[in-house]
Structures are given as C-alpha cells and as structure tokens.
Design a binder for this molecule. Structure first.
Ligand code: AP5
Length: 210
C-alpha cells in the first residue's frame, strides 16, 4: 500500500492518517511532523525549515524531496500525509520510485470557511502529538490529552494570518498536482466535511483494493 493524502490544511488528513495506520503495518509519513521534529532538534534542516513554516509558506522543494525520498527508501507500505504538495514534488517522487511510489491518492475536499474553524480550534498534545478540537473533538478534560495526560497546545502556525497564507498557497498548488494524479487514474475525491468516523469508513472501503 502506497497512498497519498492531499487537501487543504485542516481538511483532516492527519486525523484520518493516524486512525488508519494505528495497529496496521503501514507507516504514517507526515512531512509536517518530520519537519517539526527537525525544528525541535535544532538541525540545519530544521533551522532552515522553521523560517518558512512560521510564515505558513512551503519549505523549498529540494529540502523536502531529499528528506522524504531518504525516509521512505525501502519501505513497503506507507501513507504520505502532506507530500507531495507541488507538481515538482510529485514528479520527483514518481522518478525516485520509478513510477511505483503511489497506488492511490485521496483528495480531501473541504470549504475554506470550515478549514478556518477546524484549524482555529485545533489542539495538539505536546508529548504524544494526539489531535483534538475544542468544539468538534474535545478532550475529556480541558487542556489535557486523553491518551497520555500531556498538555494540549495550539500549533505555532494555527493563527489567522498564517492559516490564510497556508490555505492560499495550497489552493495555488492544487490544480497541477490533482491533474498529475488524475491523468494517471489514481485520484479519489473524499468529502471531508462529514464526521471523522464516516470519512474513515469510506477510506477503509478502499483498503481491500490495495
Ligand atoms: P502540515 O503539518 O502538513 O500541515 P497542513 O498540511 O497545513 O495540514 P494540517 O496538519 O494543518 O491539517 P490536516 O489536514 O492534517 O488536519 P487535521 O487532521 O490536523 O504542514 C505544516 C507546514 O510544514 C506547512 O505549512 C509547510 O510549511 C511545511 N510542509 C509540510 N509538508 C511540506 C511539503 N510537502 N512541502 C513543503 N513544505 C511542507 O485536522 C484539523 C482539525 O480539525 C483538528 O483539530 C481535528 O481534530 C479536526 N477535525 C479533523 N477531522 C474532522 C472532522 N471530520 N470533523 C470535524 N473536525 C475534524
């Protein structure tokens, strides 16, 4: 299984990817998580990436492509969440894997108004990265992670100006990226406005095809 989740920031890619890969022999490869780990470690890549991420801009293609191609090398099953995000990244992945790097692409479709509501209320556990929403998926105790008891935080890039920038850039990049995968017959549209369990059930229905 070599799947890709595409869609606007906040469309629910990470939420669905975590559910799908839990207890399955499939690696959840989130470029956002990989880059945030680099930032936290203070690596050269992390220092460079942080400047772009804090402004809600894309990290340059060459840095992200090198990181992902190295990370997935030799992996049999993966779910790419947030990569590719540009046509250049899609072409590079295609070439690096000799055309065998992707067997299904889901495009999470969600209105921008809903994106703003979802990202504005998102809270992430500082310790285990579990995800919540203050209104749609609240934790049992306010500000405390249900899984590990860690403190829930707002992500640095979940602020109104940055959200607008991320959404605008994602829309600009989407057209060519979707055409690339549609032309290869790999694209499946997902109505991401539905409750998370309903979205997950639809995605699971495609597992038997992989
Ligand atoms: P990244 O971490 O990938 O952020 P993103 O794409 O902006 O996506 P998000 O994590 O914000 O949203 P999501 O779709 O995963 O939604 P989620 O499940 O959290 O990237 C961050 C940054 O890193 C980028 O801006 C860029 O700088 C850099 N970067 C990463 N990849 C890159 C690349 N390939 N190239 C260059 N730069 C790159 O859900 C959101 C909220 O909604 C949560 O609170 C959740 O609880 C709630 N929710 C989820 N589903 C539902 C539902 N069905 N109903 C109601 N609420 C829901």
């Amino acid at each position: 299984m070599k799947w890709v989740f595409l869609g606007l920031p906040g469309a629910g890619k990470g939420t669905q990817a975590k559910k799908l890969t839990a207890n399955r022999d499939v690696e959840h490869v989130s470029t956002g998580d990989l880059l945030r780990a680099e930032v936290k470690s203070g690596s050269k890549l992390g220092k460079s990436a942080a400047q772009y991420m804090n402004r809600g801009e894309l990290v340059p293609d060459d840095l992200v492509i090198a990181m992902v191609v190295k990370y997935i090398s030799g992996m049999e099953n993966y779910l790419l969440d947030g990569f590719p995000r540009t046509l250049e990244q899609a072409v590079a992945l295609h070439e690096a894997t000799e055309g065998n790097g992707v067997d299904r692409v889901f495009d999470f479709d969600l209105e921008e108004e809903e994106v703003v509501k979802r990202l504005g209320g998102r809270r992430v556990c500082r310790d285990c990265s579990a995800m919540f929403h203050v209104g749609f998926m609240p934790p049992k105790s306010e500000g405390v992670c249900d899984n590990c008891g860690g403190a829930l935080m707002r992500r640095d890039d979940d602020h109104p100006d940055t959200i607008r920038n991320r959404t605008r850039i994602a829309r600009e990049q989407a057209g060519p990226l979707l055409s690339f995968y549609s032309d290869k017959g790999l694209l499946t549209r997902i109505d991401a406005a539905r409750p998370a369990d309903v979205v997950q059930a639809e995605i699971l229905s495609y597992l038997s095809d992989s």
